[in-house]
Design a protein around this ligand. Structure first.
Ligand code: AMP
Ligand code: MN
Ligand code: MN
Ligand code: MN
Length: 275
């Protein structure tokens, strides 16, 4: 059982890397990629936990990098990078900076709405990379909303008063950081972007030209019909297929680690590219 897209407390997941590795082992996962938003801080602790468990759980070093394609935000999962490669670490620094700047902007908006110390409040709820989910948790703490979903719906989504655009790098740039570090670039949850079929094809063309090698055909955030459509696209564009739950923790009970439909027989899997 393979799961190549998961989050820990190093970004906006609910479980520590240690707890994530334990739960994966319990659920029968054999290959687990830790793919936190714009950070690799969860990988080493997860590896150590997997070792202590003495199970056959293999941890793949991963990341989910934020990027833009035109005005559309997209996510690129990187798998198996050399984590010390200078191009990659420089990329992570650029993303951390963009994330920090955006957090300051969100905090300023919240202050204008009369909320107390939003930056410090969100920071206190984050163990690592600061993201919108931590501001959502802050809104719940402040009694402004009673769920993450509502926090995004009323405050944090594009067009809402707490939305601040981040200056994410272009998707080609992000793919280059991953591939230069000998990693495999996977376009994450392709059915989640509000793009027409034509636009999605144009994105895939550019992604592939930039060195992208795989498509997240099966995602916990996609329907079965969407997965099927993405499989066809992967074949058309000669991209290897990846699969991942996009697990964020037990508070999101509709998505579980490793609980993914299998790829059809004969589909080239992204793991065939692992060295
Ligand atoms: P960020 O990378 O900081 O912009 O945050 C993006 C993350 O926010 C996603 O990976 C999800 O974990 C979370 N997210 C986005 N939309 C929603 C939503 N409607 N409800 C709950 N969480 C969301
Ligand atoms: Mn997330
Ligand atoms: Mn994502
Ligand atoms: Mn994700």
């Amino acid at each position: 059982m393979i799961d190549l897209h998961t989050h820990s407390t190093a970004s906006d997941g609910e479980l520590t890397p240690d707890q994530l590795a334990r739960r994966a082992a319990e659920k029968g996962v054999r290959v687990l990629a830790i793919t936190d938003h714009d950070t690799i801080a969860g990988i080493e602790p997860a590896r150590q936990a997997a070792q202590c468990l003495g199970s056959e759980l293999q941890i793949i070093p991963g990341v989910e990098m934020s990027a833009t394609w035109g005005s559309q935000g997209v996510h690129v999962v990187g798998l198996g990078m050399d984590l010390d490669h200078p191009a990659f670490t420089q990329g992570l620094r650029a993303l951390a900076l963009a994330r920090e700047e955006r957090a300051r902007k969100i905090a300023r908006d919240f202050e204008q709405m009369g909320m107390p110390a939003p930056y410090e409040g969100a920071r206190a709820l984050a163990a690592g990379a600061l993201g919108r989910v931590h501001f959502a948790r802050y809104l719940i703490q402040q009694g402004r909303v009673n769920s993450l979903r509502k926090a995004f719906k009323h405050y944090l989504r594009r067009g809402k008063p707490g939305y601040a655009p981040a200056q994410w790098p272009a998707v080609d740039q992000v793919v280059a950081w991953i591939t230069e570090a000998k990693g495999i670039a996977v376009l994450a949850h392709p059915a989640r972007y509000p793009l027409t079929r034509t636009k999605l094809r144009a994105l895939l063309t550019e992604f592939r030209a930039a060195g992208g090698q795989a498509l997240e055909v099966i995602s916990g955030t996609q329907t079965q019909a969407e997965n099927a459509r993405m499989l066809t696209l992967a074949r058309t564009f000669s991209l290897h297929a990846s699969l991942g739950s996009d697990y964020h923790g037990p508070g999101h009970p509709w998505i579980e680690l490793g609980r993914l439909p299998p790829l059809p027989e004969g589909t080239p899997g992204v793991w065939e590219l692992f060295s």
